[in-house]
Structures are given as structure tokens and as C-alpha cells.
Write a protein that binds this ligand. Structure first.
Ligand code: MGD
Ligand code: MGD
Ligand code: MO
Length: 710
């Protein structure tokens, strides 16, 4: 082997090998991460990737998902041209068309619906990707429809709403200064590796952990000083019982409560209903463990907690459960205090990016007035009051029933019909539409239902503005040409707006102009500077926290205080919701004799993220078969062993998967991972088993039956 061959084999960059390294970002997982990447390129192709040293999130490291980027962007089912459907909906037969033809058809069809049924009859939907959402929302508004909505109808927003009701905006943990961390539904080892690293480091420094999870997890094994394992969806009752124990023993911060907290007396009286007489029956947690939790909290006064964007709120009682957990911070005087939970006002994409922006001006200044309410508003009035976008969990119902008004077309970016509870109903709804356009990297089975499919490019093929917590930001540049004729989502939106000549100049000016004028101008920074930067650079000074400053100033709640009793809900008795964080049984009405098990679906797994990575060969090989976890005692009773097949059934449907006997789940609970199209957990769920406060679905608590498959 020659020297050059050796260098080529080792993928060594240099003029002789023709290999160069460019910087980009992984956008496969949560926007809270988006790690820096070195992409090694040869002949315009990515041949290797590695983590980018010095990047504020990953500092050179990459996880099982990040490492999949090369196989992900070159997945065989990448869409390379705009497509027009020629077969039946769902059949997957398409023919390539030009961008001009695609825009023409979309414009014609959306305008037709507008003329026949009004602008509200068109919904604009985004799947899990977030970075282009400001533009998509504005597109909906420019078209005249209030119906912009997204996957956040089932992710994070319920937690955000709980925070808004309680404190006017969200709070983040000041973990470094805490004595105790309340890891409630917290398993970052599978969902957020960088947070896991931080937790492990702080544990070594002496931080105590109270872990509350329905399953045994790496967090319960590696982090917990005390581990509580309640029945799924009973967290509200457990939190109220701990609160009652703290109150009863006087282990609360009374001066703080008197000054900064609203509704304490009624809250305390309500919490007293959860005690030694009933807590084990409701939650499965013995009362001694409630006492142990109260003792741990008392012994470790500075306490913070994790943000649970999903599992705590994935129940029909989820938002209230989450409020009950948060209330523990308020009664112990841990909100807006060093080592507790600090206000982290949202400023970009629902999260705090460390500096204020004028994003909301861009989002709302063109919102149409005098139009019908968005999808889901009548059914979920609190959601509508706090969020104002459509609650997409009501989308399939409205399409199929046509009430309160017809919904006839959907323009989507990255729609995955399988993320909706009773995904079959969503597919039926897509079949019923007059027109459906979907934009994706891959020709998914949801895209098969579209009349027009548009090809989006990956984060390696485009640029993106990316702020990170702590006031730093950068703007990535494409490292390779877009594959085929694919385009960046934001370019698609701006081009369509121009094609349709919608009355919105800032939208038509495009994404980069939005970032410059609504985000960066205030800081005297240009997108060009951020593109030149080797790594994210500081663009605003970091806010220095002062204890009780936000509370002294008055929170953005109606009373200005931390509200244990929501004044917003109190002021709207017609909603039929409770102002206190009341507790209600999570399980549905299915017959417990016919459906003696409980199904929880969606706990995260390290090798996959939703529907994105199951089709990537390397990741798929780590968990090739959809599998359900079942307690060993249940397995023994059913007579099944590792790898045997079981059928999980609900009144909605049935699914056959492999079984994994385990002790991580308690008896009676079936844990199924989500995102597999051939074993779609959501096909088993009821589309109307929703939280009336948030509209969130009960992904984590549905009665089911389990039988052995022969
Ligand atoms: N049973 C169960 N179901 C759940 C959950 C659960 O816990 N249990 N979790 C819920 C939660 S929290 C979430 S966030 C949702 C996930 O929400 P989904 O929307 O289901 O998420 P994904 O499958 O990651 O992505 C949707 C589509 O976006 C496409 N896509 C990726 N990148 C881009 C891009 O840059 N542009 C465009 N146009 N498309 C792109 C992907 O290829 C994919 O087809 O699932 C929810 N569903
Ligand atoms: N690898 C990977 N990482 C991801 C994702 C992914 O798909 N794959 N998705 C991303 C997204 S969109 C989101 S929203 C986040 C979610 O992030 P997390 O909320 O951290 O993830 P989960 O694993 O869903 O839930 C955490 C723990 O909650 C427990 N749990 C479930 N139900 C209950 C309950 O009723 N009560 C209690 N106390 N515990 C419960 C589960 O057993 C699990 O161990 O993850 C993000 N990160
Ligand atoms: Mo999510």
C-alpha cells in the first residue's frame, strides 16, 4: 500500500487526499441539543463524521443518533425531486414533477379550498423538526388561516402550560447549586446524554437524587438516593401526598409562601386528602416511601427538578400531575432561588436561548383576526387561551366530522401520521382530504398519502441559525450540495409565499432576513459574522440571577405570585377545569377484566428517535425487532420467554411483537417502544383519550390485554 492509499484509507484530510473537513450540526434529535459535527468530505460526499471539539453542547462527543448522520442523510428512500401522486392514496405511486409544477398545483389547490370553504379549511402542520416553524406559522397566517400547529400538541407544551399557569413562564433547574435533584420521570441516559453526563458529575460532587419512575432505569440504578416507582400516571397523587407530609411536619417555607405564593390554604387542604389511608392504593407506593421522600427533601433544602416534556404529561391527567410536582418547589421556597428552579423566560422556539428576541413579534404580528377559532380550540379552551395554535390532536376528528367547520387541505412539513393516538384514524382523515402536500427527506408511509410530495434537504445541505443556552449562537453553512433537487424547508416556504404572492413582505424576504431583523439586529450582530465563526459565539451578556428578583418584581401570572391555584382557570369557570392541581385516575374506561394490563409506550431508546432512525441500518441493527418489556412474573404466567411473540390488544386494535422478560417494569405493565411503522404503538390507542387541560394524548396509560402468540 502506498502512503497515499494509507492516508485515504485513514480518511486523513489534506491536499493530497482531497479530503477536507467542514463544520456543521446534527439535527436528528431535540433542538435542545443539536451537537456540533466535523464532516469529512471527498468528491462532494460525506465520508466520515466526528464530534466537534469545543462545541458548547457536545464538545467532541457524539451519541448513537449523531453517529448515524452519514447513513441518515444517504438513506435509500431520500426524495430527490418533487412528486405528484399517480396511484391511490397510500399506495406510494408517484411521478417526478418540477418545482414550478409543484408550487403551481399547491397554490391552485389551497386557493380552491379557500374559495370554497374559507381560509380556515387549510391547516399548516409541522412534524418534530422545529427550526423552520416561525416561517411555517407565518405562511399559515399570510394565507389567512389560524390553523398552524405541530407535533408539540403532544410534546413539551403541556409542561410549558403548567409552568405558565404556575409562574407565568418556564423555570429551569439550577442543578449545580442544588442539594437535591427531583428527577421525576427522568432518564437522560436514554433521552439526553449530555444531561446524563452532567448528572453523573454532580452526583460525584454530592448532589442527592430522588428518582420517580414507573420503570427501573439507568437513572434509578446509577443516580437515585431514593427511588419511588408509582403506577403510571399517578404522579399527581404521589406529589400531593409528599406535599401533605411536608406541610404536616412544618417542613415548608412559610414566610416565602406568605409573600410569594397564591392559593396555599386551599392547596394544603386539598393535598391532605392524599395520605397514609389511600396513597398505596392509588399509586402503589408504600406510605413509608412518601415519608422517606419528605425526609430527603427536608434534609436537602435547595431542590430543583427536571423538565418532563413528555412522560408526565402523556396521560389524560398529565398537566395537573405536572403542576402537582412543580408545587413541591413552591412550598419549599425553591422557585427563583439559587439551587432551586430559576425563571428561564422563553425567547426562541419555546425555550430560553439566553437572550430576549423579537421572535414573538414575527410570529404574531400577522395573525389573522375575525376568523374561526383554530382546530381544537372549543374542545381545549385552556390550550387555546395559553397557546393560540391548533391542538393537532383534534385534527383527524375535525377532518372526518367536519365540525365546527370543514377542514379540507393540509400543507405539512415532516408529517408522521403514526405519532397520533389511533394513527389509523389519522390515515383515514388524510384519505378524506381534498388536498394533502407533505415535505420530507424520506418517502414515508405518511407521504404516500400526499397528492404532492416535496423533497427537503438535511442539516448538512443547508444553513441554519442556532442559538444555544448561555447567549451563544452560530449560523451553519451547507457542507454538501442538496441531494437531487431537494431544498431547505425555509426556502420552500418563502418560494411558495412568493409564488402565491401572499401579502407578507418579511415572509417573502426569507429566513435569513427574519433572523437578521427580528433576532440579531438588536445585538449588532450579522448572520455573516455567525457564519464565519468557527464555533457558536456570544452575542448577548448572560443574565446574572439574583435571588427572589423575579418574585419581587412580580411574575407574569394574574396575581404576580407563584400560583398553586390558577387565577386564570378560576376566572374561566365555563371551562369546567380545576384551579388547584387536582388528581384524577389516569386509566380509560375499558373493562379491566378484559384488559387487565396497562400499556405505556414511548420511553426513549438510545438508538432511535421517533420514526427517524429505525430505517438506518446501523441503528436498526442495535434493536432489529419491535419488542415489548414485560415483567418476568407476568411472562411466567403467560408461558413466554425471551424472543417469543405476544399480542397486545386494546379496544382499538392489536399488535404482535417480541417479548423481553425483565424486572425493569412492574407486574401488570407492558412497555412498548414507539416509532416502528410495522409495529405502531399508536395504532392501539384511543384518539379521544386526551387531557382536557392540554389536549395531550394518553400514550403512557391505556388498558390492554396480552396473550401468547403461538
Ligand atoms: N406512543 C408514543 N407516541 C409518541 C410519543 C410517545 O412517547 N409515545 N412521543 C411523542 C413526542 S414527545 C413527539 S416529539 C412526537 C414525534 O413526532 P414525529 O413528528 O413523529 O417525529 P419524527 O418521526 O422524528 O419526524 C417526523 C418526520 O419529519 C421528517 N423530517 C426530519 N427532518 C426533517 C426536515 O428537516 N424537514 C422536513 N420537512 N421533514 C423532516 C422525518 O423524516 C419524519 O418523517 O411523537 C409523539 N408520539
Ligand atoms: N434517544 C432518544 N432521545 C430522545 C427522543 C427519542 O425518541 N430518542 N425523543 C426526544 C423527545 S421529542 C422528547 S419529548 C424527550 C423525552 O424525554 P424523557 O422524558 O426524558 O424521555 P422518556 O424516556 O420518554 O421518559 C423518561 C422516563 O419517564 C418514565 N415514565 C413514563 N411514564 C411515567 C409516569 O407516568 N410517571 C413517571 N414518574 N415516570 C414515567 C419512563 O419510564 C422513562 O424512564 O426525549 C428526547 N430525546
Ligand atoms: Mo417530544
Amino acid at each position: 500500500m502506498t502512503d497515499l492509499e494509507r492516508k485515504l484509507q485513514g480518511k486523513i484530510p489534506g491536499p493530497d487526499t482531497g479530503i477536507e473537513v467542514r463544520r456543521t450540526m446534527c439535527d436528528i434529535c431535540s433542538p435542545g441539543m443539536h451537537c456540533g459535527i466535523n464532516a469529512y468530505l471527498k468528491d462532494g460526499k460525506v465520508i466520515k463524521i466526528e464530534g466537534l471539539d469545543g462545541h458548547p453542547v457536545n464538545d467532541g462527543k457524539l451519541c448513537t443518533k449523531g453517529l448515524a448522520n452519514r447513513q441518515y442523510i444517504y438513506r435509500e428512500d431520500r426524495i430527490l425531486t418533487p412528486l405528484k401522486r399517480v396511484g391511490r392514496r397510500g399506495e406510494g405511486r408517484f411521478e417526478p414533477i418540477t418545482w414550478e409544477e409543484a408550487y403551481g398545483e399547491i397554490a391552485r389547490q389551497l386557493n380552491r379550498c379557500k374559495e370554497l370553504y374559507g381560509p380556515e379549511s387549510v391547516a399548516f402542520y409541522s412534524g418534530y423538526s422545529k427550526w423552520y416553524r416561525q416561517m411555517l406559522r407565518r405562511l399559515a397566517y399570510a394565507f389567512g388561516s389560524p390553523n398552524y400547529g405541530c407535533e408539540s400538541s403532544a410534546c413539551y407544551t403541556a409542561a410549558f402550560m403548567a409552568w405558565k399557569l404556575s409562574a407565568g413562564d418556564q423555570g429551569g433547574p439550577d442543578m449545580e447549586h442544588s442539594d437535591l435533584f427531583l428527577g421525576w420521570a427522568f432518564n437522560p441516559f436514554h433521552s439526553s446524554y449530555m444531561a446524563a453526563r452532567k448528572a453523573m458529575k454532580l452526583k460525584e460532587k454530592g448532589l442527592k437524587f430522588l428518582i420517580v419512575d414507573t420503570r427501573r432505569t439507568p437513572a434509578s440504578e446509577k443516580l437515585a438516593d431514593l427511588f419511588l416507582q408509582p403506577r403510571t400516571g399517578t404522579d399527581g397523587a404521589l406529589a400531593l401526598a409528599i406535599a401533605h407530609e411536608l406541610i404536616r411536619r412544618g417542613w415548608i417555607d412559610l414566610p416565602y409562601i406568605q409573600r410569594y405564593v397564591y392559593g396555599f390554604e386551599e392547596y394544603a387542604a386539598y393535598a391532605a386528602q392524599f395520605n397514609e389511608s389511600n396513597i398505596e392504593a392509588i399509586t402503589g407506593v408504600p406510605y413509608e416511601q412518601v415519608v422517606a421522600a419528605a425526609e430527603l427533601i427536608h434534609a436537602n433544602p435547595r431542590m430543583s427538578c427536571n423538565e418532563s416534556s413528555a412522560p408526565l404529561c402523556h396521560h389524560r391527567n398529565g398537566l395537573q400531575n405536572y403542576r402537582a410536582v412543580l408545587s413541591l418547589l413552591a412550598i419549599t421556597g425553591n422557585f427563583d432561588r439559587t439551587g432551586g428552579q430559576l425563571l428561564t423566560p422563553h425567547s426562541y422556539m419555546h425555550v430560553s436561548c439566553g437572550f430576549p428576541t423579537r421572535e414573538e413579534e414575527f410570529l404574531y404580528e400577522t395573525r389573522p383576526t375575525g376568523v374561526k377559532p383554530p382546530v381544537g380550540a372549543p374542545r381545549f379552551p385552556l390550550w387555546d387561551h395559553l397557546e393560540g395554535e391548533m391542538q393537532a390532536m383534534d385534527l383527524s376528528r375535525q377532518i372526518l366530522e367536519g365540525t365546527p367547520y370543514p377542514l379540507r387541505a393540509v400543507f405539512a412539513l415532516g408529517m408522521n401520521a403514526r405519532m397520533f393516538p389511533d394513527s389509523g384514524r389519522m390515515f383515514r382523515a388524510l384519505e378524506e382530504l381534498d388536498f394533502f402536500a407533505d415535505t420530507d427527506l424520506f418517502l414515508t408511509d405518511t407521504a404516500h398519502y400526499a397528492d404532492i410530495v416535496l423533497p427537503a434537504c438535511s442539516s448538512f445541505e443547508r444553513g441554519e441559525f442556532k442559538p444555544y443556552p448561555g447567549g451563544v449562537a452560530w449560523y451553519t453553512s451547507p457542507v454538501i450540495q442538496p441531494l437531487g433537487q431537494s431544498k431547505s424547508d425555509v426556502d420552500i416556504i418563502a418560494e411558495l409565499a412568493r409564488y402565491m404572492d401572499l401579502p407578507d413582505e418579511p415572509l417573502k424576504a426569507g429566513y435569513e432576513a427574519f433572523v437578521q431583523h427580528y433576532i440579531l439586529d438588536d445585538y449588532g450582530v450579522t448572520t455573516e459574522q455567525l457564519k464565519q465563526a468557527e464555533l457558536p459565539i456570544p452575542i448577548a451578556p448572560v443574565h446574572q440571577h439574583r435571588d427572589l428578583e423575579a418574585l419581587e418584581h412580580g411574575l407574569a401570572t394574574p396575581t404576580g405570585k407563584y400560583e398553586l391555584k390558577s387565577a386564570i382557570i378560576e376566572a374561566h369557570p365555563q371551562w369546567g377545569l380545576d384551579a388547584l392541581p387536582t388528581y384524577r385516575e389516569p386509566l380509560d374506561g375499558a373493562d379491566p377484566e378484559a384488559y387487565p394490563f396497562v400499556l405505556t409506550s414511548g420511553s426513549r431508546i438510545p438508538n432511535a428517535i421517533h420514526s427517524r432512525l429505525h430505517a438506518v441500518p446501523g441503528n436498526r441493527s442495535l434493536r432489529p425487532h419491535p419488542t415489548a418489556d414485560l415483567n418476568r412474573a407476568d411472562c411466567a404466567r403467560l408461558g413466554v420467554e425471551e424472543g417469543d411473540r405476544i399480542t397486545i390488544s386494546t379496544p382499538r386494535g392489536r399488535l404482535t411483537v417480541q417479548v423481553h422478560p425483565t424486572l425493569t417494569v412492574p407486574e401488570g405493565l407492558v412497555n412498548l417502544f414507539h416509532g416502528y411503522s410495522e409495529a405502531d404503538a399508536n395504532s392501539l390507542l384511543d384518539a379521544d383519550h386526551l387531557d382536557p387541560y392540554s389536549g395531550f394524548p394518553a400514550y403512557r396509560s391505556t388498558r390492554c390485554a396480552v396473550t401468547k402468540e403461538n
